[in-house]
Ligand binder design. Structure first.
Ligand code: NDP
Length: 297
């Protein structure tokens, strides 16, 4: 029997556990606040930001909504970030990517106060993660750790194979898997576009994390029986639906499910966890900013 890992249910549990932390902070006179900054040429970004804001509001986290026109100079965005850094009422700052070409995204990340960097992308936070004492774990890989834990998948001693080495998924995932800590201790392989004989690597996996951004390109023939498959991919493909497209993962679900002991669906797997872990980091940031001890799930 293949276990279909229900990311919506695990994310709901995380949110329920976070609710009491939000309430206890509010009882002490501090309302958690997340500032979202939108200056993105990708039309989907607006939807992502409004989903994140809605998640916050449902939990009682205030949001600050800043939008900049695409043709504004980079300095305008940097000024906004500086203002939010200095604002004691703002606990977390998220600049939605991508930003326009004339804005250096690396500089954007470096300008966010690392204490308010709830995405965990500031070099200081990346460094802390690599060094083994993370402040804010990036939301997607952290969410995957939670999903595995909730599914009773022990990573210790396992072969974890990650397909993709991006800054937001593949690399931090690898860093979490190799930590000498719960949810880590896995023997970890990171594959990418230059990897030779990818299938030979993926067949070694006890746990496979697919994050390449290519629709359904990992199929059952690339997997060994009993593997746990975590499909991060969210790809739009043309389909005969009302919207004219459907969302599919990086994994061919049907054939992979034939091999896997457990597998995440798309949608409804990793996506809801990424959103839940942004709330987690925001609550954590609030505790740090307000110097209040919060109990995190
Ligand atoms: P990127 O495009 O930044 O990275 C893709 C990675 O896949 C790169 O490291 C690339 O290698 C590697 N790759 C590309 N082609 C191959 C190949 N043929 N074989 C092996 N590796 C390959 O993507 P992201 O990490 O940002 O996102 C990956 C997917 O996950 C996307 O579909 C995205 O939409 C989705 N996503 C989903 C989230 C969620 O919450 N569910 C959150 C974030 C992303 P190289 O480095 O050599 O170019």
């Amino acid at each position: 029997m293949t276990d279909r890992i229900d990311g919506e249910a695990v994310a709901a549990d995380v949110r329920a556990d976070l609710q009491s932390a939000v309430d206890s902070v509010a009882d002490r006179g501090h309302r958690p606040t997340l500032a979202t900054v939108l200056m993105s040429p990708d039309p989907a970004s607006e939807t992502y930001v409004s989903m994140k804001q809605r998640d916050c509001e449902e939990l009682g986290i205030d949001t600050r909504d800043v939008e900049l026109d695409l043709d504004e100079p980079a300095e305008a965005l940097f000024d906004v970030i500086e203002e939010l850094n200095r604002d004691d009422d703002v606990d977390g700052i998220l600049v939605q990517s991508p930003v326009p070409d004339h804005v250096d995204y690396r500089e954007v990340l470096e300008r966010i106060d690392p204490e308010k960097d709830v995405d965990g992308f500031h070099p200081e936070n990346v460094g802390r993660l690599v060094a083994g004492y993370p402040r804010y774990k990036p939301c997607t890989p952290h969410g995957i750790q939670k999903l595995l834990d909730a599914t009773d998948v022990d990573t210790e001693g396992k072969e974890a194979v990650i397909v993709g080495r991006s800054r937001i998924v593949g690399k931090p995932m690898a860093n979490l898997f190799i930590q000498k800590a719960p949810g880590g201790n896995a023997t970890t392989t990171v594959c990418h576009s230059r990897t030779e004989d990818l299938a030979a690597k993926t067949r070694r996996a006890d746990i496979l994390v697919a994050a390449a951004g290519i629709p359904e390109f990992i199929d059952g023939s690339m997997l060994s029986p009993g593997v746990v498959v975590i499909d991060v991919g969210i790809n739009r493909v043309d389909a005969d639906t009302e919207k004219g497209y459907e969302l599919v993962g990086d994994v061919d679900f049907e054939s992979a499910a034939g091999k896997a002991s457990a597998i995440t669906p798309v949608p409804g797997g990793v996506g809801p966890m990424t959103r839940a872990m942004l709330l987690y980091n925001t609550v954590k940031a609030t505790g740090r900013q307000a110097d209040i001890e919060v109990e995190l799930p």
